[in-house]
Design a binder for this molecule. Structure first.
Ligand SMILES: [Zn+2]
Ligand SMILES: [Zn+2]
Length: 332
């Protein structure tokens, strides 16, 4: 099968012919229908994740159809969405609905071969069946992206109807879907972006406010400040995000485009009783919610489809910030 292979950390991933191994007990083989590109792929290539052992097939945001099964729960022909990882199912995190924190977790595209390929082997625990019609682009990002944002906004951030939710990097793959999730939860949405051109793209998901330019944190304050900031950019926007919060507001950090530390004046968060929290991926619960919101017509996938063999170009577009929304790779 054709697959995007990373031969060595730091090298350019290439399309190669890979022989799928023997399917293990409790696993299924999927024909990949869509595999979305994530900033995490870039960080994996750069060596940010020590668990990534090369050679490796990249990719962890996918949907597909079961073509072979050694699972009692899934059969040939089943269509599925998947968590981007496997988990043990018996540790304190797994038993309390926080399988995203499981210490025995293994990621597709890092510990395990990933989905930028014609086929992927997936452990049954990771899978959720698809019922009814679904846009394959949406299905591929129902977990990492939509489920992840739901985990951050709902399970970590405790969003309530009427809250003001500010999203940085709002034209990006995470940002454009975070705005829709916030809206679906009844929030007033504030999109932050760098250019008028990106602002026009963001208008397609109808946020309540779009802030462009360097002084967006001051504009956010004029709007009353944010109850929750969804920080998808990380270090470059962190300080302004912090200053955009209301007294008592929460910042949920989802992404970080460069691996630099940030400075934090503790007085600022003490006197304003602000909270800063991380958000690591989706859970079964947030993935289920992502499918529910889709069926209600509250969220749609936004981005561009590209054939799998244009992976080099797709990665470059994402790294340079030239992609709008998600890039959905279509295998042959
Ligand atoms: Zn991802
Ligand atoms: Zn566990």
């Amino acid at each position: 099968m054709k697959a995007v292979v990373l031969r060595e950390i730091g090298s350019e991933p290439m399309i190669e012919d890979v022989e799928p191994g023997e399917l293990r007990e409790g696993w299924v083989r999927l024909k990949v229908v869509r595999s979305a590109l994530c900033y995490r792929d870039l960080l994996t290539i750069k060596g940010f994740f020590p668990q990534a052992k090369t050679p490796l097939v990249l990719g962890h945001e996918f949907t597909g159809e079961v073509v072979d099964s050694k699972s009692t729960r899934f059969r040939r022909g089943d269509r599925v969405v998947a968590l981007p990882y496997t988990y043990c199912g018996r540790c304190e995190y797994c038993l309390t609905g926080r399988e995203n924190l499981c210490r025995s977790r293994e990621w597709y595209g890092e510990h395990l071969y990933g989905s930028h390929a014609e086929y992927i082997d997936v452990r049954e625990e990771s899978l959720v069946p698809i019922e009814g019609d679904i846009d394959p682009n949406y299905a591929s990002i129902a977990s990492c992206v939509v489920g992840m944002v739901i985990n951050g906004l709902w399970q970590v951030g405790g969003v309530e109807e009427g809250d003001k939710v500010l999203v940085t990097g709002a034209s990006g793959g995470v940002g454009i879907h975070a705005l829709q999730v916030a809206k679906a939860f009844g929030a007033e949405t504030i999109a932050v972006t760098r250019s008028e051109e990106k602002a026009r793209f963001i208008e397609t998901v109808k946020p309540d406010h779009i802030l462009v330019g360097d002084d967006w944190h001051k504009e956010a304050k004029k709007l009353g400040g944010a109850d929750i900031v969804i920080e998808t950019v990380g270090e470059p926007t962190f300080q302004k995000s912090l200053r955009s919060l209301k007294w008592g507001g929460r910042m949920v950090v989802i992404g970080n485009v460069n691996v630099k530390p940030v400075e934090l004046q503790l007085g600022l968060i003490i006197l304003r009783q602000n909270m800063i929290a991380g958000d690591l991926s989706s859970t079964k619960k947030s993935l289920y919610k992502a499918l529910q919101l889709y069926r209600k017509g509250l969220i749609r996938a936004v981005g561009t489809e590209m054939p799998l063999d244009r992976i080099g170009e797709a990665l470059e577009k994402m790294e340079k910030g030239l992609s709008r929304g998600r890039i959905f790779l279509v295998p042959p």
